[in-house]
Design a protein around this ligand. Sequence first.
Ligand code: CA
Length: 230
Amino acid sequence: MNKSLILVIEDEEDILALIHYNLVKNGFRVECATSGEEGYKKARDLRPDLVLLDLMLPGMDGTDVCRLLRQAPDTKECPIIMLTAKSEEHDIVRGLDLGADDYIPKPFSPQILLARVRAVLRRRDKPEAGAGHAEPIRVRDLYIHPGRNQVVANDEAVELTYTEFKVLMLLASRPGWVFNRTQIVDAIHGEDYAVTDRAVDVQIVGLRKKLGSCGDYIETVRGVGYRLKE
Ligand code: CA
């Protein structure tokens, strides 16, 4: 069996040891780095299947590493999950903006960690069934091509993370229709694990920002959820 290689970039030795132990126990190959510089270099050299990236690192921090990995041709497709502290919400949004695929707030249980790692690897391995046949969607200046995972806003291509794309696809599947946070959570992750409402809001913030003026199409329906204006 071809074991997936996971690169863990984390400066706290205890957390690093815990992650390493749990991943190895569950059949993954694991490489570790304790600084952003070392992690970036190892990612380029080893081409891991997934990177677990701590946000707060001495020297080059997690958002810097994330941005550099997204820029480098050999790592730009590599899935990245950020490990974050609760107080770093602003940085979470930045990290998702820079192309991280997901984030796990600390402290986390090994079960949550494993579920998210598996979910991200599965999404990478199995593109959406039937997505290649779906029809493009146009809402005024916003154009979405499901098969190509492509979004164009005001004639400019927009780079979305996998999760942002899923959220946008859901809203665009029925313009004018209000989706509550539970429906959005289900669309993002199925039943793999619990996602908080707050995580949905973070995705919406990121989406609006990236879509520029088309971001205004996403309306907040107070107390209910979100909809894409018709
Ligand atoms: Ca840290």
